[in-house]
Ligand binder design. Sequence first.
Ligand code: S3P
Length: 181
Amino acid sequence: MTGGRAIHNLALVGFMGTGKSSVGQLAAAQLHFRFTDTDELIEARAGKTISSIFAEEGEVRFRQHERSVMEELKKCHRTVIATGGGLVANEENLDSLKVHALVICLWASPETIWERVRNQSHRPLLQTPDPLAKIRQLLAEREPFYRRADVLVNTELRSVKEVAHHVTHQFRQARGHTSDH
Ligand code: S3P
């Protein structure tokens, strides 16, 4: 599946609340890789928070910010890249990640996601009267995109540490099948 690709990074994709940032930081430590996060890159470039970008510029503009960080990511080496939950709903973004990274999708059910995010307020898409319904709707819409990842990892009933171990194992295995180290 990854034969012929230059796998020198590990990209984590998946819905909000699936643990991309926490798993990613742990996996980066285990692999002795750097860690980066597309939302943080966007915030640094724009000089404002994701919430402010949504409020002041709108979601369409935010998606343009996401597309523009893809070029920057191509320069990464030995890096774990955590991505915003909607980034791979644009197929070009996923294809771009696959050029240099093994793409692993973290998965969880809508109910688990809701449990994990319900006390957080920094996600503009979930600032709605019925966030669980919104999670169900978005997850159903995005599932076909998430399924295009190289590896799908269910995070239900697994600790962050267990998921990180699983992810690094998958990464080492995939790299073993390529010439890129
Ligand atoms: C979004 C997910 C967020 C962030 C933005 C939009 C989405 O990232 O990019 O709020 O569309 O699912 P996390 O997945 O890190 O929460």
